[in-house]
Design a protein around this ligand. Sequence first.
Ligand SMILES: Nc1ncnc2c1ncn2[C@@H]1O[C@H](COP(=O)(O)OP(=O)(O)OP(=O)(O)O)[C@@H](O)[C@H]1O
Length: 377
Amino acid sequence: MALTQADILRALELVKLPASGQSLSASGRVADILIDGGKVIFAIGIDATEAAAMEPVRKAAESAVSGLPGVNQVLVGLTADKAPSSAAAQARQQAQRPTPGAGPGGPTPKAAGVPGVKQIIAVASGKGGVGKSTTTANLAVALSVLGLKVGVLDADIYGPSVPKIFGITGKPRLVSGRTLAPMEAYGLKIMSIGFLIDEETPMIWRGPMVISAITQMLREVAWGELDVLVVDMPPGTGDAQLTMAQQTPLAGAVIVSTPQDLALLDARRGVAMFKKVEVPILGIVENMSYFICPECGTRSDIFAHGGARHEAERLGVPFLGEVPLAMPIRETSDSGRPIVASDPDSAHAKAYLAIARQVMASMAGGAAKAAPRIVIE
Ligand SMILES: Nc1ncnc2c1ncn2[C@@H]1O[C@H](COP(=O)(O)OP(=O)(O)OP(=O)(O)O)[C@@H](O)[C@H]1O
């Protein structure tokens, strides 16, 4: 007999919520049950502040449903559509804000959220394809060249490309229990959501898995001691991105944009999203800013370069620097050798190093505190 949603809900009657003792099925929190042959996927709705407390419930739900006849794979995600209460957000903010004047190389800031990791920063973009992952990778290598211990967490559920940019093949190995060893490249510790989510998992099922996957990548990876963990966020400003920004103990966010008007509108939305969850903006990077002809050396400002600098000024957030549209950046990024690692003396690598210095300065200064209120038009 084919499995039905009623079978799933019956199995979930055995799973109790820790606070109330109510059964998970009766709580009304189970949503989006999808049954595909022997594969079952569903979400458990939570308040964003409950993520850690509800993780055992998620695991119990997974094992209860795994026990049903005919089930051969179960994926359960926690989803939060409510922002954490403002008191909780404030407490989180205070705990994470770097001590004034303390960069990642300086005195240890208070609770960074993940043991051993001093600061976690996000690299985000309001839309896809603007070069966010290329920027993440080169910024991470540049921070390491500047003397920091750096990790990269690829949280781009829609197109995890960090393994490719760093030329990583294979999967991380288990070190103990559920703890995974990060992969390593160019002296960085690297973990990607691509290692955890099956490539064939349809996009609509990825959203519900976001919180569990992020929690797992933050807490169940042996990161060791890091000065900074750079998170490559999924592009855009939808629910998945907002949930992720809430669930990751971020010290700040870098927004990548191209100079086009449309991309800048998206960048503005990105800035607004982080403000909403009270994550400081470290600044905006203008990628594919201008083009230098490799034949004649002539510079062309294809999209009226300088738009992002102007936008940053308008929004009252730091402008971190510009990166040209350049063949060597694309070639090295697409062949697993980020340019800052493979050609550190090139002008392009220097552009990323200058941005990394700005990011360090922004982190040390507690980011854009005096930014004006942002209204999305
Ligand atoms: N400054 C640059 N010059 C030339 N090519 C670039 C530059 N930045 C990124 N690229 C290229 O553009 C493509 C998209 O870049 P990337 O994957 O970093 O973007 P993304 O914003 O992370 O995309 P997605 O939204 O798909 O995750 C890649 O082929 C990359 O090599």
